[in-house]
Write a protein that binds this ligand. Sequence first.
Ligand code: NAD
Length: 496
Amino acid sequence: MTILTEAPSTAAEIYATARLGLYIDGEWRTGAAGRVFDVLNPATNEVIGQVPRAETSDLDDALAAAERAFPLWRDTSAFEKSRILLKAVALLRERAPEIGRLMAIEQGKPLKDAVTEVTRVSGTLEWCAQESRRLYGRIIPTDVDTSLTVRYEPVGVVGAIVPWNFPAGSPMRKMSAAISAGCALVIKASQEVPATVCALAEVFHDAGLPKGVLNLVFGRGAETSEHLIDSPATRLIAFTGSVPVGKQLNARAGALMKPTIMELGGHAPVIIAADADPVQAARRTSAAKWANAGQVCTSPSRIFVHESIAAEFTAELVRLAAELVVGEPLAEGVTMGPLINEKRVEATEHLVQDAVAHGATVAFGGERLSGEGRAEGGYYYAPTILTGVPLDAEVMSEEPFGPIAPITTFTDLDEAIRIANSLPFGLAAYGFTESASTADILARGFEAGILSINHCGGSVTEAPSGGVKESGLGRESGPEGVQAYLITKRVSHKLR
Ligand code: NAD
């Protein structure tokens, strides 16, 4: 594992060019009370910017703007909606290198991955823009003198709340589906990574999205989210974040009978069956595990490998971890950056220490990274592989959301599936096998909304993603992802 750094001042200088503001009713502004949040560079722990904090009056302005814009946008033709959104797609692709740079600085993922994230979200928006022209209703055969149809209409103003780990991906999933469905929205994005989402709002603005359709705010999590839920203006709440916060927000929305889309945490099991290719399984698990330093809701985070191939699998996983280049996100060749903040480093440290105290062995990593030019105060933690992890170690039940790969062995596949399903989570799950019948047992057996066999695939624009059990409600992406922003209206018309 190599550690690289680049002069921190470079990142600070680049970030100083970012637009950071509240985007309300088509205009950029500061918060009514002039309060701000500091933005930190996770690679250095330096303040690199300040983003305005919305007061209640700013939120009310945003909600009122969305309410005014909604009927106009709803009634805009599908062709015009699609035209504006496809213009935004083109701008996003043009600006991907700059937006990716800002994302790498504020969030810590390597530049290449950040630019890829922006390019991918342009694909998400493109797909939704096309889908906006395919929101067909239904004609139901009935009595000859009656026309019976089903219409799909946008639900209204959406309140959206997103976390920091995919600064473009999380907001764009909500923006693209809601806007293409004909909704207006007020989105509260993470104040830890504001430049990326501001750049996305700029793209929509420059593409000609009418004012008020998209409103972007930053504010304290609980108070801002609660205000968006409680407002009579919002008709749907779309949230991505942790299970405990999701439960709170869902209960609050439920009390008002507001529908929600809840994309929550997971703790993805990987089962590597006895007949799997252990080297290929290690390569594919490795690629997914260290992406975004493990700060991914679908990150493979409980690895169950058949005892007969465990040594080969672990050796390859360790070999690949040693090849990672951990360092400053803008530096050439870096493959893993810092974690987002000190809290995540401490949580990672705690889970590793707890696993070791329960008898696990550190096969790789297991420490904060220091020295070798690492910038003072950066939130670096080594990619960490733990073996022989007992099920009562905290890391086997608490979502690590960091660079930890805990491995345990099994002998009986049914028992491995039972243990994999024993947590209240059910977001992603992965299985490796060369046998069609074992693949079928895994596909049927896993309790998860997103299942991949012989790879650890992430979410894709064309297909629905979401969790079962406490990992969430509803689906994002694919036709289901747009449908989630529509209401169903049955119209029966007596013709004679
Ligand atoms: P979080 O739940 O702490 O915060 C998410 C958002 O909710 C933030 O914008 C935050 O400000 C806001 N929030 C609202 N009410 C809050 C309250 N009472 N307290 C704190 N925040 C409140 O989650 P996080 O740590 O920012 O993000 C990581 C979590 O998100 C992980 O559990 C991860 O698995 C999950 N996640 C899920 C998906 C998915 O698609 N299922 C994608 C990305 C992340």
